[in-house]
Design a protein around this ligand. Sequence first.
Ligand code: UDP
Length: 375
Amino acid sequence: MKPYDYLIVGSGLFGATFAHLAAKEGKRCLVIDKRPQLGGNIYCEEQHGINVHKYGAHIFHTSNKQVWDFVNALVPFNRYTNCPVAEYEGKRYNLPFNMNTFYQMWGVTTPAEAQAKIEEQKREVAEAMAAQGITEPRNLEEQALLLIGRDIYEKLIKSYTEKQWGRACTELPAFIIRRLPVRFVYDNNYFNDAYQGIPIGGYNKLTEALLEGIECRTEEDFFARREYWESQAEKIVFTGKIDEFYDYRYGQLEYRTVRFEEETIDTPNYQGCAVVNYTEKQVPYTRVIEHKHFEDFGEAIYAKPKTVISREYSTEWAPGSEPFYPVNDERNSALYAQYKALADKETNVIFGGRLAEYKYYDMAPVIEQVLKHFC
Ligand code: UDP
């Protein structure tokens, strides 16, 4: 008999949740992570009393009550509501696309006026597409134009998306933009979900609660001692890159990475909200995160004299950098399908999370996925 039931490779949300639920069932679990700390990309580092999201901003949102109750039983969540702002050529626009945005863009004040404006813009696009025999949007550009029209596409979507993905909007899949709501009410809440928030005290509290009582070893690279690790457990839960698991035998999947330029500023409130997206081409970064706004509200903002911001620069992934976003274009989707076919044949390996499933996952669906293994 091997010493563990499960070796969990990677202590991010998938791995930590899996370990938590398996341990609850009495399974012997060992979690390994190559980083010096646990939590994967939800890890935060405290600076000046502020939890800095070291691997990119994470905002938990879901409509799944089971998932919401599950995380809140581990650590209560605060009332943070994501209301990002877009900046284009010095002007600010509310996101997601709603009556505030339409007012800022065109001066329209009623839903009927805004709808008429968008319909007029959409009609132009739909007619041009129909003339070419296109019935379904074939890429992100066509999808965005059909969803919201040319003005918003050109000012708030095109360059932001091209900076983020490093590819033309005509080469990106339509589904990426379907994440963004369009609404005819004055409502700047970015998500349509019933629940959202940040763990009180930061995401490390969630990681700690998930992994409480579970054997974890940091700075342990699965691939450095693969045979040894495989000999340790009956089953492996793998949350790393699926192409690496198979030694890149069909080729490398592509990812986008983000470089974070952090700065501490001697002011309590730098930009007035957590997220400002820079949607023009000339600004090299995609967005600026001001971390304290995730957890400090009202007077509490001014109780801390400094603030920490991160400018995000999106670049192509190369070995040595962090693979953050899978690039679900045609080439990569086809390549992933080949690896997935191998994974489906495995009886002792479970693949999960953004990297192992090569999927643009949010946090709540990751937990949903893990819960399915245990029901
Ligand atoms: N997007 C955009 N303009 C914005 C914000 C988002 O065009 O100001 C598009 C862009 O294509 C992006 C997608 O919407 O890739 C999803 O954005 P989201 O903010 O949900 O991405 P994440 O927070 O996961 O990076």
